[in-house]
Design a protein around this ligand. Structure first.
Ligand code: SF4
Length: 691
C-alpha cells in the first residue's frame, strides 16, 4: 500500500448503499478518506464488504458533485447564494400554492437520507409547506412489502432477522437475487451448512446457481406457486392447526379458495412439474424452521402487495413466524428505506400511525403540541400519482430529493412530460449534473453519505450509526441543515423544531414519538447505538407472542387470485422484458459511475437473450440491438446470448442512463401499494443499424 493510503485515523460508520447495512471503518489521512475495511465487530457483516462497500470512500472525492446552489436564469443554471436559492424556493412555491392550493406542491424523497432527516422533512412538508403530496422513491422498490405486511399483520415491519438465514433448515428465496443485490447476506446464508436453499426466479441468477432447487417459473406465476404450495400443505396436513386457530382469521375461506390451486393447475400456470411443486411444498412444510425472503421480483408487480400477503399466508398456516429461523422476510433495497417507512410521513404517519385513525392523529398532535386539524386525515398522492398530477397540471411545483427519476421511473416519456409541465422544479442532490437535475429550475447541493451524521435502519430493523468522515465539498450542506433553514424562512422553525441545531435533536424527538409503538426507538440513544454496534428495534424477532397489529391481535389469511400480467407478448412484441441489477452498480449509477473501479468492471448495459431466440433472429454475441416496446425504444445495447434467460424472455439491467430500460417499461402500478410493474413488459428486439 502506498504511504498516501495509510490511514491516520479510522471512522466507524455504516455503508450507504444497500439495505444490508454493513458496518465499516473508513481510513482517513489528513482530511481525505483513503481506504475502507469491514468492521469486524459489526453484527451484520463481521468484517466483510461487497465491491460497492469496499470502494465507497472513492465517492467522497468524485468529480461530479453539486457544489453550489444553481438557479435557472435566462435558461441557464447560474450559481447563486444559499439565501437567494432558498428565498426563491419559498417565494415560487408560495405563489403557486397561493394560486392553486397547497397540494399544488409535490415532494419526492428517497431511501438515502438518515432517519433524522426523514423525520425532519416529513414535518416540514406536511406541517410547514402544508402539502399532502409527499412520497419517496421507496415506492419504486418496497411499497408492496409494506402494504403486504399491513394486509397480513396489521402493520409494516419485517418480523425476522438475518440470523434466521443461519438457522432455518429451509430457505425459500422468491424474486430475490441476493448474490447481486445483497451480497453479504449470501455470506450469512453460507454459514448455514444444513439448510436447503430453494430459489424461485425465471432467470438462472447467481443466487439460483447457489440453490439446491431452482424453480424457473414463468414470469408472474408466483401467486399460483404460493397458492399451490398452500394447497399441498393443507392436503398433506403439514400445517400448524393450533397456530392457525389461535393467531389467524380467515382460514376456512382461505382453505376453500386454495382448493382450486391443484398441482395440475399450478404446474400449467408456472411451467414447473407437479413433482417439483410437491417436493417444494414438502420441503417447506416439513422444515423445523422455514424462512421466505423476497425482494423486487415480488414487489415490482401490479399484484405486489397481494403476492406478499400470499407469502405471509404460507408462514402463518405453518407457524413459521416469530421463531428462530422462521420468518416471511422482505429484504429492502436502499440503505435507509426502513427509516423512511417508520419515521416518514408518506404512506403512514410517523411511528406506523395511520392517517385514518383519529386516535393516532390525536396522539401525534398532543406530542407535537399542535391542533389535530393540521394532521392530514388521508395520505396524499403516491409517487406515480404525483407524476400523473404534474402531467395533468394539478401539481405545479415539484421538489425532488436525492433521487433520479429520469432514469429510475417507468415509462420515461410520461416522466419527461411531467417534468416539462411543471412551473417550478427543485432538485436537491449531492450530484450535478444528473439526468434529472438538468431539468431543474433550482439545484440545491447536498452533502452525501460520509459528510453528515445520523442513523440508518436496515432490513432486519437494525439501527446503525452513520458518521461524518469529511466535510462536504464547496457550499454543499447536509439535507438536515437545508430543511431547518427552509423551516426558518417559512416561519415554522421554532414551532416544529424548537431549539434544534443538529440531527441528534431530531433523533431525541423521534425517540419520544416512537415510544410505545411497534417501531420503538425510545430505549436506545445515539451513543448506545454506537456502543452496541447497531440495535434492532423490537428485538431479534417480532410477533414471538403471536399477537399481531390488527385490532383483534390476529393475522389475516388472504385469498389471492393469480392474474396474468398486463402486457402479454404477441407477434409484434414477442419477448417478455425483465429488469434488474448487478452487484457492481447502485440504482441509476449517480454514485457508482463515478467510482472508476466499479464503472470499469461494468461500463455498459446489456441485453440477455436465450440462444434459441438469438438463432432465430440470426443475432450473434456482442451484436448491438435495439429493444422496442409500444412506448419507445432503447438503442444499441450489447447482446449477451445466454441460457440464463429462458426462451421468450429477455433481461436488461436498469442502472444505465445511456441505455435506459425505462424508455420501454410499462406505466402500470399496484392498486394498493402504487409500486410500478417493472418486471414484465412486451418487447421486440432487432439488430441495430450500428454494428
Ligand atoms: Fe454495502 Fe450492501 Fe455491500 Fe454491505 S452488501 S457492503 S451494505 S452495498
Amino acid at each position: 500500500i502506498s504511504a498516501s493510503r495509510v490511514a491516520d485515523t479510522w471512522v466507524k460508520t455504516t455503508c450507504g448503499y444497500c439495505s444490508v447495512g454493513c458496518g465499516m471503518l473508513v481510513g482517513v489521512k489528513g482530511r481525505k478518506a483513503v481506504t475502507v475495511r469491514g468492521n469486524p465487530e459489526h453484527p451484520v457483516n463481521a468484517g466483510k464488504l461487497c465491491p460497492k462497500g469496499l470502494s465507497e470512500h472513492y465517492i467522497l472525492t468524485a468529480p461530479g458533485r453539486a457544489r453550489t446552489p444553481l438557479l435557472r436564469k435566462n435558461r441557464a443554471l447560474t450559481a447563486v447564494s444559499w439565501d437567494e436559492a432558498l428565498d426563491t424556493m419559498i417565494e415560487k412555491i408560495g405563489a403557486l400554492q397561493e394560486k392553486h392550493g397547497s397540494d399544488a406542491l409535490g415532494v419526492i424523497s428517497t431511501g438515502q437520507l438518515v432517519t433524522e432527516e426523514f423525520y425532519t422533512l416529513g414535518k416540514l412538508v406536511q406541517l410547514g409547506f402544508r402539502t399532502r403530496n409527499y412520497d419517496g422513491n421507496t415506492t419504486l422498490c418496497m411499497a408492496s412489502a409494506v402494504s403486504g405486511y399491513k394486509l397480513s399483520f396489521g402493520s409494516d415491519g419485517p418480523p425476522g432477522a438475518y440470523a434466521d438465514l443461519e438457522h432455518a433448515d429451509v430457505i425459500l428465496l422468491i424474486g430475490a437475487n441476493i448474490a447481486d443485490n445483497h451480497p453479504i447476506l449470501c455470506q450469512r446464508l453460507d454459514r448455514n451448512k444444513k439448510r436447503t436453499l430453494i430459489v424461485v426466479d425465471p432467470r438462472v441468477t447467481k443466487t439460483a446457481m447457489m440453490a439446491d432447487l431452482h424453480l424457473p417459473i414463468k414470469p408472474r406465476s408466483d401467486i399460483a406457486l404460493l397458492n399451490g404450495i398452500a394447497h399441498i400443505l393443507i392436503r398433506e396436513r403439514l400445517i400448524d392447526e393450533n397456530y392457525i386457530a389461535q393467531h389467524t382469521v380467515g382460514y376456512e375461506e382461505f382453505a376453500a379458495y386454495i382448493s382450486e390451486y391443484t398441482p395440475e393447475r399450478v404446474a400449467a400456470i408456472t411451467g414447473l412439474s407437479e413433482e417439483t411443486l410437491i417436493r417444494t411444498a414438502l420441503l417447506y412444510g416439513r422444515a423445523r424452521a422455514a424462512f421466505i425472503g423476497w425482494t423486487m421480483g415480488v414487489n415490482h408487480s401490479t399484484q405486489g402487495a397481494v403476492t406478499v400477503a400470499a407469502i405471509n399466508n404460507l408462514a402463518l398456516i405453518t407457524g413459521n413466524i416469530g421463531r428462530v429461523g422462521a420468518s416471511p422476510f422482505s429484504i429492502t433495497g436502499q440503505c435507509n428505506a426502513m427509516g423512511t417507512r417508520e419515521s416518514g410521513f408518506a404512506s403512514s404517519l410517523p411511528g406506523y400511525r395511520k392517517f385514518e385513525k383519529v386516535e393516532d392523529r390525536e396522539d401525534l398532535a398532543k406530542l407535537w403540541n399542535i391542533s389535530v386539524d393540521r394532521i392530514p386525515t388521508a395520505r396524499g398522492l403516491a409517487y406515480p400519482d404525483i407524476i400523473e398530477a404534474a402531467v395533468s397540471g394539478k401539481i405545479k411545483a415539484l421538489w425532488i430529493i436525492a433521487t433520479n427519476p429520469v432514469v429510475s421511473f417507468p415509462n420515461h416519456s410520461v416522466l419527461e412530460q411531467a417534468l416539462r409541465s411543471l412551473d417550478f422544479l427543485v432538485v436537491q442532490d449531492g450530484f450535478h449534473p444528473t439526468p434529472t437535475s438538468e431539468f431543474a429550475d433550482l439545484v440545491l447541493p447536498a452533502a452525501i453519505w460520509g459528510e453528515k451524521e445520523g442513523t440508518f435502519t436496515n432490513s432486519e430493523r437494525r439501527v446503525s450509526k452513520v458518521n461524518r468522515i469529511v466535510a462536504p465539498p464547496g457550499e454543499a450542506r447536509p439535507d438536515f441543515n437545508i430543511f431547518l433553514d427552509l423551516a426558518g424562512r417559512l416561519g415554522v422553525r421554532d414551532e416544529l423544531y424548537p431549539g434544534w441545531t443538529m440531527p441528534e435533536d431530531a433523533y431525541t424527538e423521534w425517540q419520544r414519538i416512537s415510544h410505545g409503538r411497534l417501531c420503538d426507538y425510545s430505549n436506545f440513544s445515539w451513543q448506545e447505538i454506537e456502543e452496541r454496534g447497531g440495535v434492532q428495534w423490537g428485538g431479534s424477532r417480532l410477533y414471538q407472542d403471536g399477537i399481531f397489529q390488527h385490532p383483534d391481535g390476529k393475522a389475516r389469511l388472504h385469498s389471492v387470485p393469480c392474474e396474468p400480467f398486463i402486457e402479454q407478448p404477441n407477434d409484434e412484441y414477442p419477448f417478455i422484458l425483465n429488469t434488474g441489477r448487478t452487484v457492481e452498480h447502485w440504482h441509476t449509477r449517480t454514485k457508482t459511475a463515478q467510482v472508476a473501479l466499479l464503472h470499469n468492471m461494468v461500463p455498459n448495459a446489456w441485453l440477455e437473450m436465450n440462444p434459441a431466440d438469438a438463432a432465430q433472429l440470426q443475432l450473434r454475441p456482442h451484436d448491438r440491438v435495439t429493444v422496442f416496446s409500444r412506448r419507445s425504444s432503447v438503442k444499441n445495447v450489447e447482446l449477451r446470448i445466454t441460457g440464463i434467460v429462458a426462451p421468450g424472455q429477455v433481461f436488461m439491467p436498469f442502472h444505465f442512463a445511456e441505455s435506459n430500460s425505462n424508455m420501454v417499461t410499462l406505466g402500470a402500478y399496484d392498486p394498493i401499494s402504487r409500486e410500478p410493474n417493472f418486471k414484465q413488459c412486451a418487447v421486440r428486439v432487432e439488430r441495430s443499424a450500428r454494428n
